[in-house]
Design a binder for this molecule. Structure first.
Ligand code: AMP
Length: 214
């Protein structure tokens, strides 16, 4: 099973994608996570991506396209994968189509998650992330057991640079201009599904799994 997730920042792509990936036993390739790991490890990729990310701008297309091509052609992607955060604009979607043709594979499901801006801002501005392992928490909805400390690895929690209020506004603008038009690119396909992600994540997951297994 090969699935593409797209939607605005804070809509829950990461949460839903990683849960579904465990249920289906397929890897999730989340461009944001891959880039943040590179930033933490101070690799050449991380160093070149950091300033774009901190300002809520897109990392250049050729960088993310190369990253995704390497992953979907790897052995671990043979039984399927979930893409979270890629494609994020029409040029990336066209490049993904080219990669798929080259590999003679198809995307089985395209999932577009939507939520109101108010809910997105509330989710993003309350998020906390572990400096060491990248695991995510939320101040109100899923707080850590001990303040500032990761439940998973004991690492220190921080607020992502791009989850600060001014940057959130910039990310939502970039989303509207570049990512939202992807719905026109995909919506005529039979495998396209729009899911309202305003509500309870459990309900969203149920709707998602019904659609994916349907
Ligand atoms: P995310 O965790 O998906 O919100 O991504 C965090 C940041 O990583 C974004 O604001 C961008 O700077 C960068 N990024 C992630 N995916 C992409 C992509 N497909 N194209 C360009 N930049 C990306």
């Amino acid at each position: 099973m090969r699935i593409v997730f797209f939607g605005p920042p804070g809509v829950g792509k990461g949460t839903q994608g990683s849960r579904l990936s465990k249920a289906l036993n397929i890897p999730v390739f989340a461009t944001g996570d891959i880039l943040r790991k590179a930033v933490r490890e101070k690799t050449a990729l991380g160093l070149s991506a950091k300033s774009f990310m901190d300002e809520g701008k897109f990392v250049p297309d050729d960088v993310v396209i190369g990253m995704i091509e390497a992953r979907i052609t790897a052995e671990e992607a043979k039984s399927g994968f979930i893409l979270d955060g890629f494609p994020r604009n029409v040029l990336q979607a066209k490049n993904l189509d080219k990669m798929l043709i080259k590999q003679s594979i198809n995307i089985d499901k395209v999932v577009f998650l939507v939520a109101e801006d108010k809910a997105l801002v509330e989710r993003l501005s309350g998020r906390l992330q572990c400096k060491a392992c990248g695991f995510g928490f939320h101040r109100h909805y899923s707080p850590p057991r001990v303040d500032h400390i990761c439940d998973q690895c004991g690492g220190e929690l921080y607020q992502r640079e791009d989850d600060q209020e001014e940057v959130i506004a910039q990310r939502l603008r970039v989303y509207q201009e570049q990512t939202q038009p992807l719905s026109a690119y995909y919506e005529h396909q039979d495998n396209f599904c729009l899911i309202d992600a305003n509500g309870d994540p459990e309900q969203v997951y149920r709707t998602l799994t019904e659609w994916v297994s349907g």
